[in-house]
Ligand binder design. Structure first.
Ligand SMILES: [Zn+2]
Ligand SMILES: [Zn+2]
Length: 322
């Protein structure tokens, strides 16, 4: 490969292709990173279906090495990176709500190239050095783990809690809640995925048509992580009136729900997205969670198009770039 060129996956709005691109150039506030590993997330798969109308290099879960930075101390450090890139100038940023910046760009998701490439860049403020004791594999989980840990802000240990969804994020949330000592019911649709939860000692239940009747108005808090409309409908059915529904799914299309059902039952709908990277790094250090159990397979970068295609049926697929 030429010295200023790199291989990258590029989504042109309808197709994802392996292309040759210029290695990103950085300004004084950015760092250039050589990507070691990248994780495939459900959001990436939604992007291929049109989520955020994104065009560019997708991918936002990674571990890499800083190879260029105006801050010498970061050079050669192994890092992970936060995905929100705010403007710091709009009134929302000035109110301190930078992740909701009016001009937000999001790494690999919205208006900013991501990490399915040999090299990537991020603002220096987004970068966190990964402690040596955390492996590259585990490092790729920092971003989704931070999102999973956010849920703790909304639930209490003495509540009746249910988690719906046994995909990548659902299983990660299950792991976090179990380690943090919450008692909850995990509802899913895939026996082999729920098995992972069961193995951690979590109460699980396969979704079926009777489940709504069995648990009608049952839970104080329902965490919705299915990524589909029927999951959200189930959440609305099994949550106790005036209870909380914590939404973790991002959808590529608008969904149909009965608003009156929410009004009449006085539900609290809580949207929750990104979390605190420091907390996620500390969580891995402190609890050494069995994240390996969530890794379905690895792919070389050359085979990554196929890996992304097949990721829908898997839990976590990790692309090795180095
Ligand atoms: Zn993600
Ligand atoms: Zn802003």
């Amino acid at each position: 490969m030429n010295n200023n060129k790199m291989k990258a996956l590029y989504f042109d709005g309808s197709n994802l292709n392996m292309v040759e691109r210029e290695i990103p150039k950085i300004n004084e506030n950015e760092v250039l990173i050589k990507v070691i590993k990248a994780g495939i997330c459900s959001t990436d798969l939604e992007i291929m279906k049109g989520y955020q109308n994104f065009e560019g290099i997708p991918g936002h879960e990674f571990v890499g090495i800083v190879i260029e930075s105006h801050n010498e101390e970061l050079i050669n450090k192994r890092v992970v990176g936060e995905i929100n890139i705010p403007c710091h100038e709009c009134e929302i940023c000035k109110r301190g709500l930078t992740k909701h910046c009016r001009n937000i760009r999001t790494f690999g998701i919205n208006n900013y190239d991501g990490c399915f490439a040999e090299y990537t860049k991020l603002p220096v403020e987004n970068i966190h050095i990964l402690p040596d004791e955390i492996s590259d594999d585990y490092g790729t989980f920092v971003e989704p783990l931070a999102a999973a840990l956010e849920i703790e802000n909304y639930i209490e240990h003495d509540e009746k809690i249910s988690l719906i969804g046994d995909g990548r994020l659902g299983l990660l949330i299950a792991m976090v809640l179990k380690i943090k000592g919450y008692d909850f019911l995990h509802i899913g649709k895939h026996e082999e995925k729920l098995k992972i939860s069961k193995k951690m000692g979590i109460k699980t239940e396969m979704y079926n048509d009777d489940i709504v009747d069995e648990y009608k108005y049952n839970f104080d808090s329902v965490i919705e992580a299915t990524g589909n409309e029927s999951g959200l409908k189930t959440a609305l059915d099994i949550c106790i009136p005036s209870g909380k529904i914590i939404l973790k799914s991002t959808f590529n299309k608008k969904i149909n729900i009965d608003i009156s059902h929410i009004v009449v039952n006085e539900y609290h709908l809580i949207g929750s997205r990104c979390g605190d990277f420091k907390k996620a790094i500390d969580f891995i250090r402190m609890y050494n969670p069995p994240l390996n159990d969530l890794i379905s397979c690895y792919s070389s970068f050359d085979n990554s198009l196929k890996a992304i295609d097949e990721a829908r049926k898997k839990i976590k697929v990790i692309i090795n770039l180095l």
